[in-house]
Design a protein around this ligand. Sequence first.
Ligand SMILES: [Zn+2]
Length: 440
Amino acid sequence: MASRDEEISPLAPQSHSSGFIREEVKEEDASSSPSKSSMKSTLIHLGVNRYFFFETVANAFITLFTSSKQPRGVPTLPRISKLSKNVVRILGGNPSPLTLQGTNTYLVGSGEIRWLIDAGDGRKRCQYGNALRLAMREHKVKRLHGILLTHWHPDHAFGVDVVRKACGDARLQAFKMVRKEKGEMAVARRTEEEDGQGKEKRRHYVDIRDGDVFKCVGATLVAMHTPGHAEDHVCFRLLGDEEDGGDAVFAGDCLMNGSTAEFEDLSAYSMSLGRLLEAFARSNEKLSSMKSNNKSGSNGEREDTTTTTIQRARCYPSHGDVISDGERLTQAYLKHRISREKQFLRELTKFGQRGATLWELTRRVYGDIVGIVVLLMSCLKITKQHLGKMSKDGTVSVKRKESGNVFTTALSYLLAIASFGFFGASTKTRYVAVISNKHD
Ligand SMILES: [Zn+2]
């Protein structure tokens, strides 16, 4: 992850829209900028496909029907908080059962020009522009280098234009990894006068690549591709010295404080958690070596280590308060996934050879702990991901029953519609636990 100077290109791929410096662009980036990438069609270029459609409709549904209050039990956070010498958190103003206290956005750096991680959801009632302006004034930030987006989800990316307006800079550059397989909504679009190309609509953010480095006074951020929650999900590792509180990780939606994260691809998500675990472990090692160097360098006398609290690399999640020990939480997440898988298998075994539908199993596992909206919008997806992984692993078999019964066919369609189809909640598909010696 070290910065490689020989590969530095002074210009971001879209140099005409910049004025901001992206400190490191790998050589291959220059040839694969969004404008030159081989997009198959205009629609795909804009990221519009069925996944995009379903997810956008689903998100609109969530906005309409979920309460806009943070769930009970999670602590209330101030709108603006200084979390360390180089990190200020601004709440997106969009609390809900899915976003907890709202989406956290972060001003990173300690100088007059800083990076902003995530942009909130862009709705007027969130008043995010005002909060950002206030935070910038309070912390003497004159302008932004740019907006770093962790992923395309509306509560993170749709506020790009609000940020531009708040900063009075219509050309402020956004950076995000392109979501190549599943599509997305282009995060705001260039206006005619900006790109001088008439009404052509294109993505107007710079494609982040794994390992890209973003620097400013008081902070160095390194992008880590961590797919799973979303294909384009990127975490940012903050490299810091001891004065800044050491290294930390902006975990986006990979880790949350107060809830577990949902994901669109469980296998990729598990691998990303593994990557995060490595990053935290490396940062923890760095922190403890900084500490021991300081001790031996200061007065040569040995300090009593039993009285010193061991500092651990922090995690700044996109939802919930700061996590003081990122490594421990990542380990807990990995354990949680394994125990959930065992639970799914245990519950599925109870249905015997008849098996269970996706809906039946989801209700059995989550029905008592979450409300109907979260059950439909989030838990069905998680159950489906687990079943997909388990059927790949051979612990679950999938049975598709062709039913001639009009009522059950209609019901299966209703369920599919209620869950926006892409969750595949059909009563015709049943999952059966495969009894094997491998699992106990
Ligand atoms: Zn998300």
